[in-house]
Write a protein that binds this ligand. Structure first.
Ligand SMILES: *[C@@H]1O[C@H](CO)[C@@H](O)[C@H](O)[C@H]1NC(C)=O
Ligand SMILES: *[C@@H]1O[C@H](CO)[C@@H](O)[C@H](O)[C@H]1NC(C)=O
Ligand SMILES: *[C@@H]1O[C@H](CO)[C@@H](O)[C@H](O)[C@H]1NC(C)=O
Ligand SMILES: *[C@@H]1O[C@H](CO)[C@@H](O)[C@H](O)[C@H]1NC(C)=O
Ligand SMILES: *[C@@H]1O[C@H](CO)[C@@H](O)[C@H](O)[C@H]1NC(C)=O
Ligand SMILES: *[C@@H]1O[C@H](CO)[C@@H](O)[C@H](O)[C@H]1NC(C)=O
Ligand SMILES: *[C@@H]1O[C@H](CO)[C@@H](O)[C@H](O)[C@H]1NC(C)=O
Ligand SMILES: *[C@@H]1O[C@H](CO)[C@@H](O)[C@H](O)[C@H]1NC(C)=O
Ligand SMILES: *[C@@H]1O[C@H](CO)[C@@H](O)[C@H](O)[C@H]1NC(C)=O
Ligand SMILES: *[C@@H]1O[C@H](CO)[C@@H](O)[C@H](O)[C@H]1NC(C)=O
Ligand SMILES: *[C@@H]1O[C@H](CO)[C@@H](O)[C@H](O)[C@H]1NC(C)=O
Length: 766
């Protein structure tokens, strides 16, 4: 028996094992490929399924009725048409009937039928979604309500009344009380009774026309009110209703404990359902069916976000898909999280702001540097200019001049010191058209000062220290002289590299021009010649004897005698002049003068006395008498020098042959002879034998008086004799006038010349 008992035990175990194996074998096979997963247009995902072994639980059985075209799915437990199944939120849409009452229906007047309630829906497994559904009452002056019974304890009622008024306020699409109203559904509603009723208990208050009242429970968002629903019976027969579904009646943490019954196959995918139980959901970044094991092709699969549209990363970033997520990488040279939407930093160029800041910094500092250096440069240039001016002033003998001027307070009218700017302006920046003449010493410009005074501005050619001395000399000498027959020095400028002298402007050119220019010489009458000679002699006498210090001109010649409009002589160019203290009669200097006018005695001895000027003046008289140049290559070699030519002619008593024809015709031979005698005396080789300028002046003045006297008989108004010269330049057109410049070279003679040019002209004097 014991054996039998044991055998029985074994058999029971074996039987249980077989049953267990059978149970395992009969367990649902969600990935069963033979399962139909669609019914008509509706997807039927696991845990729902059509047919055996296709669903997880009998409550998820879907029956596909192929008698419809297209086929329609129905809930196996409640025979309600399924519209669609959503796995994500545990929702299920079913088709719900609309309950309708129309006033023209015969039973409407039947009080009984009015009160009749209809049990329209009874759900065994799923619950009506509270959030997504509402009770609707549609119609004019109708109300709809449901009564929910909870375990026979109490009845919960809910509903609303829809008014129409005079029907003018009805708006299609608006369900807010006029023609349509809706209200919330009580909790835990699985089955309910719904009633639709007119607010009038009898038909006496029928509104005009035929009208129906509608009552239903449906998805709040899905119903669109239309007045058409009042009359058209076929317009609205069903509405969608949202049901909540869940797996088991357990919370996630409980369900997880039994792996055989736990349906969530993907990791971390369990969610508490809205109703009872749990649902499964693919984790973020995955999509698919979380109820299927990983190996199933429809299970939760990683979403390749990078292939989605719109591109999840910034357009410049590189998207890389990861399990459940993706990364955005900005390319080299960019910074940021690389993501696209708002609240992200996108991809921006690396160091862009830094580069901008650096560039800005560099440009600002460059600017500052530039401004700074140009400021420094400007200041330095100014200093340099000031220093340069000071230098020039010193170099140009400004200090010497100042000292000289201070020492000689007796100067009549102090020479003005002009600024370089003033003179630049006066000469129109030393314009070529303003040049009056050019000579060995420098250039003479015509200038107009700011007070409209016309001046001659003498500009030294080269900066030569020896010439500067000469220059200063001239300034100093001239400031001492105030004589009507000496060119007046107005001032000087020492700021420039080359010193500038400012003279009064003498309008009519040099005596040289008047003698040797054919056009001018015709108008140079004997009377005028005598006047010029007399005035020149007077000027020389003045500088020799009437100034505080005797002044020796040293360069008396026709080019240095200027004429104004009245043919008044003006002695100029005191550049070579020497001041000789009155008690000294002789001065040893470097021989300086112009060939043809140079005193041979001075030339040989270098002993300077005022008699040297007398000799030169003798040459000037000879030039006036003969109309010949002081030095002429046209004459025989021995007579090239005018002085020699003149003296020889006098000696040989052929004076009249060499006298200028123009003055000979004027018929005052005696006067001419007198003047020729004066010239002859002046040209004596020995200075001592020459008369003084005072004597010469006296004699010439005497002759002039005679001349005037003789003229008086012709024209008593001698003082006003101004015979207009036919070709005399007018005051305004005196641009060709030359002052002080020499058309003959002023030379510093050396020994080689001594024997060539100058020979004693007065043999008997030796
Ligand atoms: C699956 O559906 C097709 C039509 O959609 C039907 O012909 C077929 O019989 C169905 N199979 C099962 C097993 O229900
Ligand atoms: C399919 O629908 C028709 C019509 O409503 C019905 O007569 C039939 O019984 C249904 N078939 C099943 C299997 O429910
Ligand atoms: C289910 O039906 C609703 C309303 O008809 C629709 O909005 C939704 O897209 C449907 N879902 C699926 C998966 O068909
Ligand atoms: C309907 O009622 C509104 C106010 O409720 C009124 O303004 C309107 O004139 C009425 N229309 C008719 C046709 O009676
Ligand atoms: C509502 O729409 C229907 C048809 O779309 C129309 O016949 C009816 O007049 C509309 N009612 C209102 C109040 O606009
Ligand atoms: C509801 O119906 C009205 C007209 O009948 C239409 O204008 C509106 O777009 C509809 N709304 C929806 C959500 O279908
Ligand atoms: C709904 O059902 C749940 C579970 O059965 C219960 O706890 C809750 O009290 C119910 N709510 C109402 C309003 O009856
Ligand atoms: C129907 O309504 C009218 C007016 O409101 C009333 O006179 C009549 O008595 C009502 N009939 C019944 C049966 O209540
Ligand atoms: C009633 O509604 C249905 C469906 O919307 C439509 O086909 C039919 O023409 C309507 N009938 C009338 C009388 O408006
Ligand atoms: C686990 O679930 C299976 C199938 O539903 C059931 O047979 C078994 O008893 C459950 N085990 C526990 C410990 O609840
Ligand atoms: C990429 O990022 C940059 C910087 O944040 C942003 O300006 C740009 O609009 C982004 N591109 C796109 C397509 O979003």
């Amino acid at each position: 028996m014991a054996l039998h008992g044991k055998l029985l035990q074994h058999l029971v175990v074996l039987l249980l094992l077989i049953i267990g194996v059978q149970l395992v074998l009969s367990a649902p096979k969600p990935n069963n490929p033979s399962c139909n997963r669609t019914c008509g247009s509706v997807n039927i995902p696991y845990p729902f399924g059509i047919g055996k072994d296709c669903y997880s639980d009998p409550s998820f059985l879907i029956i596909c009725n192929y008698s419809f075209q297209p086929p329609k799915p129905f809930l196996g437990v409640d025979n309600i048409e399924v519209l669609n199944i959503s796995l994500d939120d545990g929702e299920l849409r079913v088709s719900n009937l609309v309950f309708r009452r129309c006033q023209w229906w015969p039973e409407y007047d039947n009080q009984k039928s009015l009160r009749r309630m209809s049990a329209l829906l009874s759900l065994s497994k799923f619950r009506i979604s509270l959030k997504k559904n509402s009770i609707f009452a549609v119609g004019c002056n109708f109300f709809a309500y449901i009564s929910v019974s909870h375990e026979q304890d109490y009845t919960f009622m809910s509903g609303c009344i829809s008014f129409c008024g005079n029907s003018s306020g009805l708006v299609n699409g608006s369900c807010s009380g006029l023609g349509c109203c809706h209200s919330a559904i009580p909790e835990n509603t699985t089955n309910y009774n719904l009633a639709v009723q007119s607010i009038y208990t009898n038909g006496s208050s029928r509104t005009s026309g035929q009208s129906c009242g509608l009552g239903f429970i449906g998805e709040t968002q899905a119903y669109n009110f239309s007045t058409l629903d009042f009359t058209n019976l076929t317009n609205r027969e069903t509405v969608p209703l949202v049901l909540d579904w869940a797996i088991e009646n357990k919370k996630c943490k409980d369900a997880e404990k039994n792996m055989t019954s736990y349906l969530c196959k993907a990791a971390n995918s369990c969610l508490e359902a809205k109703g009872l139980g749990y649902i499964c959901k693919c984790p973020d970044g995955y999509e698919g069916n979380p109820y299927l094991p990983d190996e199933d092709k429809d299970s939760c699969k990683d979403i390749d976000e990078c292939k989605h549209s719109p591109y999840p990363c910034n357009a410049t970033a590189i998207c890389t898909n990861t399990k459940g997520s993706y990364t955005c990488t900005c390319p080299n040279g960019y910074v940021g999280d690389g993501r696209n939407p708002h609240g992200t930093t996108g991809c921006s160029r690396k160091d862009q702001s830094k580069i901008i800041i650096i560039a800005l910094g560099i440009s600002i500092s460059l600017l500052i540097l530039l401004v700074g250096t140009s400021l420094v440069y400007w200041v330095m240039q100014r200093r340099k200019l000031i220093k340069l001016k000071e230098n020039f002033f010193q170099q140009n003998g400004g200090l010497i001049l100042q000292r000289q001027l201070l020492n000689h307070k007796e100067s009549v009218e102090p020479a003005k010191i002009f600024s370089a700017k003033d003179l630049e302006k006066a000469t129109n920046n030393y314009d070529k058209s303003r040049v009056l003449g050019q000579g060995g010493f420098g250039t003479v410009y015509k200038g107009v000062l700011s007070d409209d005074k016309v001046v001659a501005i003498k500009k030294s050619n080269v900066v030569d220290q020896s010439q500067i001395e000469q220059f200063i000399n001239e300034v100093v000498v001239l400031t001492k002289i105030n004589h009507k027959n000496v060119v007046k020095l107005l001032g000087c400028c020492l700021e420039t590299e080359v010193p500038l002298l400012v003279y009064e402007f003498i309008t009519n050119g040099t005596l040289f021009d008047h003698i040797h220019d054919k056009n001018l010489s015709s108008s140079l009458s004997w009377e005028k010649r005598l006047k010029v000679a007399s005035e020149t002699a007077g000027a020389l006498a003045y500088i020799h004897f009437e100034t505080s210090m005797s002044i020796i001109h040293r360069d008396v010649k026709t080019t240095n005698i200027l004429l104004d409009d009245n043919h008044t002589a003006k002695v100029s160019d005191f550049g070579a002049s020497r001041l000789v203290p009155l008690d000294h009669t002789r001065l040893t200097t470097v021989v300086q003068g112009t060939l043809g006018y140079l005193d041979p005695e001075y030339f040989h001895t270098s002993q300077l006395t005022e008699k040297s000027d007398v000799y030169s003046f003798g040459v000037v008289i000879a030039e006036l008498l003969t109309g010949e140049k002081a030095l002429s290559m046209d004459r025989p070699e021995t007579e090239r020098n005018l002085a020699m030519h003149f003296v020889i002619a006098m000696k040989e008593d052929r004076l009249l042959q060499i006298i200028d024809d123009r003055i000979l015709t004027e018929g005052n031979i005696e006067e001419i002879k007198e003047v020729a005698n004066i010239a002859k005396k002046c040209l004596k080789v020995r200075g001592e034998d020459r008369p003084s300028t005072q004597q010469v002046t006296k004699e010439l003045e005497g002759l002039r008086l005679l001349e005037k006297h003789s003229l008086k008989r012709v024209d008593p108004n001698t003082q006003q004799i101004t015979k207009p010269l036919p070709n005399a330049p007018t005051h305004s057109s005196g641009t060709d006038v030359d002052i002080g410049s020499s058309s003959m070279s002023t030379i510093v003679a050396d020994d080689s010349m001594k024997n060539q040019i100058l020979k004693p002209t007065d043999n008997d004097a030796r």
